[in-house]
Write a protein that binds this ligand. Sequence first.
Ligand SMILES: [Zn+2]
Length: 79
Amino acid sequence: MIIYGWKHMNKELGINLSKIYCCPHCNNSSHYKIIRHRLYFTLFFLPILPLSSKYYEICPICERGAKIKKAEAKAILAS
Ligand SMILES: [Zn+2]
């Protein structure tokens, strides 16, 4: 029997130190985090193959934010 499925995984890539945002949800001012959200194909519960990647800039306190493009995330992390 083969057990397969999908799993969502987040990885924090860094912090946007160039700007301080005022979060519209929690009203705290802070540097936003850049995260990568990936969907993996799993085989026997082990992530084998990344199927899609999305990048987000999120508030570190309430974890709400906006989707950004990969190029924007790379530019923010390089600065
Ligand atoms: Zn917030």
